[in-house]
Design a protein around this ligand. Structure first.
Ligand code: GDP
Ligand code: MG
Length: 598
């Protein structure tokens, strides 16, 4: 029967180990796409993903493979993201699969996210198939890396395919491995329908689309479905598969991966993690949802000068639909007016949302300093969380505060143990222990305040280890900490959007750095602009931007009209990305730029 020839799988890997390249190669070698059409990686199809070379949104495709046993198999490949910020998306893809290919770079070996992804796959009870990639590299040491995978992860590698995804070497071994070792899906077409929504989005032509894995029963055009989380009912208008691109088919059966479009108007009604059932023949129980994701980093997002608040809200709503980790609510700022407090998984997630708002939705926005969630115990017995530094009570009212701590594991060649320790010490990290993975590689465990991780820790780690270290972290809990609110005053006015919460030992340094940075990024005005950092009423750092002497136009002696025009235009251009704060114009990106120190 057909189901015995279906294989649902994902590819997991540490970033850059070749997951996307292998995915492309699998697509190509099953004849779906010719070499010429293959110029760019097929699965990473968001502009941003191509530029950054990382996968953010998952993509699905269906391959037909004629195996050595002479039978045709249907291979549903679900791509997964590779960055630490996006682990939640990995677990979403994995929940739709029976197996996962674990790609390990033959030169790099096991890295932090190799392990993190293996844990996610194990949580979903997947069959994990190790594949050693990049054997074409002169620095490849496939046998050693196989042994490392066996020792560190505990997976048998005796039959692991050794491939070069780039050169297309031994790709068939991977396909055969999938056919032989990924279990066929179980489930019964005649049971009540249960389909897991693992992605959903708005398609310009078809409206709201839910990507689903059918676990039990079947679904087809005309089926009246019910969303088990909300109880809302819709009629299915189309079902189909990814081939790649949406291809309508008659029916999706138990075990299948595909898409469903129905009379769903609002993307919110096709929530990722929800179970679709049939309204007239309901399943008793919903499928287990995904690992719940909670934002760890918050910042304000405000419409820039002349941008409409409603446009920003609409865009955030659209993005939120297929990004379960993005949270937002309305807030107001004295400096920036009406906007939103948004929650993210980490800084990369924040930057990506920011860029998507600007590019895909063509919006001009201002992003304020990111902050983690602090807990405050007041002397009057109240205990609450704050996501916005502005909400920190007066120091006299605070009994104590707590900040989030993460358990971090850093894998690095032994040569860089010193620099890593130095970096971690500077970030208030507490050393736990160090284990040897091999003679020349260790994993170091630290407890680090999340607040120290979100300020470019990742970049600093990469630069201190020439890119050789890898990093993964998980929230551990909260810990009491001596924290203060650091305010920034521009031209004597407190700009709430610049306020941050910092550890008291770091506040002076941070205050000094922010004022110095602002002095560089804020253009000169007709008047002198003092920039101050303060804790309470005490000014701890001060810079002054000197006044501009000459008018831009005074050089033009009135005569040359076109030159004058050009200058004015140029000035306007420069202004577009400015934000008026009191009487001072602040560049839009200053709010985030001040936080990048090293
Ligand atoms: P991902 O982050 O895991 O998706 O990795 P990519 O597929 O984007 O690959 C990262 C880099 O490694 C790219 O520059 C690829 O061209 C390169 N790469 C992938 N597979 C191979 C391989 O088999 N051999 C070599 N030499 N390079 C490879
Ligand atoms: Mg990729």
């Amino acid at each position: 029967e057909r189901r015995s020839r279906v294989r649902n799988f994902s590819i997991i890997a540490h970033i850059d180990h070749g997951k996307s390249t292998l995915a492309d190669r699998l697509i190509q070698s099953t004849g779906l796409i010719t070499e010429r059409e293959m110029q760019e990686q097929v699965l990473d199809n968001m502009d941003l993903e191509r530029e950054r070379g990382i996968t953010i949104k998952l993509q699905t495709t269906r391959l037909i493979y004629k195996a050595k046993d002479g039978k045709e198999y249907i291979l549903n490949l679900i791509d997964t993201p590779g960055h630490v910020d996006f682990n939640y998306e990995v677990s979403r893809s994995l929940a739709a699969c029976e197996g996962a290919i674990l790609v390990v770079d033959a030169a790099q070996g096991v890295e932090a996210q190799t392990l993190a992804n293996v844990y996610l796959a194990l949580e979903q009870n997947l069959e994990i198939l190790p594949v050693i990639n990049k054997i074409d590299l002169p620095s490849a040491r496939p046998e050693e890396v196989k042994k490392e995978v066996e020792d560190v992860i505990g997976l048998d590698c005796s039959d692991a395919p050794m491939i070069s995804a780039k050169e297309g070497l031994n790709i068939e071994d991977v396909l055969e491995d999938i056919v032989k070792n990924v279990p066929a899906p179980k489930g019964d077409n005649s049971d009540p329908l249960r389909a897991l929504v693992f992605d959903s989005y708005y398609d310009t032509y078809k409206g709201v689309i839910a990507d689903v894995r059918v676990m039990d029963g079947h679904i087809r055009k005309g089926t009246e479905i019910e969303m088990m989380a909300t109880g809302k009912k819709f009629e299915v208008t189309e079902v189909g598969i990814f081939s790649p691109g949406m291809v309508p088919i008659d029916q999706l059966n138990a075990g299948d991966v595909g898409y469903v479009s129905a009379s769903i108007k609002n993307v919110k009604d096709a929530r990722v993690g929800d179970t679709i059932t049939e309204a007239k023949n309901k399943a008793d129980e919903a499928l287990p949802g995904y690992k719940k994701v909670t934002p760890m980093v918050y910042c304000g997002i405000y419409p820039a000068e002349g941008e409409d608040y409603n446009n920003v809200r609409d865009a955030l709503e659209k993005l939120q639909v297929n990004d379960a980790a993005l949270a937002f609510e309305a807030e107001t700022s004295v400096a920036l007016g009406f906007g939103f407090r948004c929650g993210f998984l980490g800084l990369l997630h924040l930057e990506i949302i920011q860029e998507r708002l600007e590019r895909e939705f063509d919006l001009n926005i201002v992003t304020t300093a990111p902050s983690v969630i602090y807990k405050v115990a007041k002397t009057n017995g109240e205990f609450f969380e704050i996501q916005n530094p502005t909400n920190m009570p007066d120091p006299q009212e605070i009994e104590y505060m707590e900040e989030p701590i993460v358990e971090a594991s850093i894998m690095t060649p032994t040569d860089y143990v010193g620099p890593v320790m130095e970096l971690c010490q500077g970030r208030r990290a507490e050393f736990k222990n160090m284990e040897y993975l091999e003679e020349t590689r260790v994993v170091m465990h630290y407890d680090i305040p999340l607040n120290e991780v979100i300020y470019d820790f990742f970049d600093a780690l990469k630069s201190k280890t020439k890119g050789y270290a890898s990093f993964d972290y998980e929230l551990k809990g909260y810990k009491r900490s001596e924290l203060v609110k650091l305010d920034i005053l521009i031209n004597k006015e407190l700009v709430d959007a610049f306020s941050i919460i910092a550890h008291e030992d770091k506040a002076y340094e941070r205050g000094r750095m922010i004022t110095e940075k602002l002095k560089d990024v804020i253009p000169r005005h007709m008047f002198a602009v003092p920039i101050q950092a303060s804790i309470g009423n005490k000014v701890i750092a001060r810079e002054t931007i000197r006044a501009l002497r000459k008018d831009v136009l005074s050089k033009c002696y009135g005569g040359d009209i076109s030159r004058k025009k050009k200058l004015l235009e140029k000035q306007k251009e420069g202004k577009k990305r400015m934000r008026q704060v009191g009487s001072v114009e602040v560049p839009q990106d200053a709010f985030l730029a001040v936080l990048k120190f090293e």
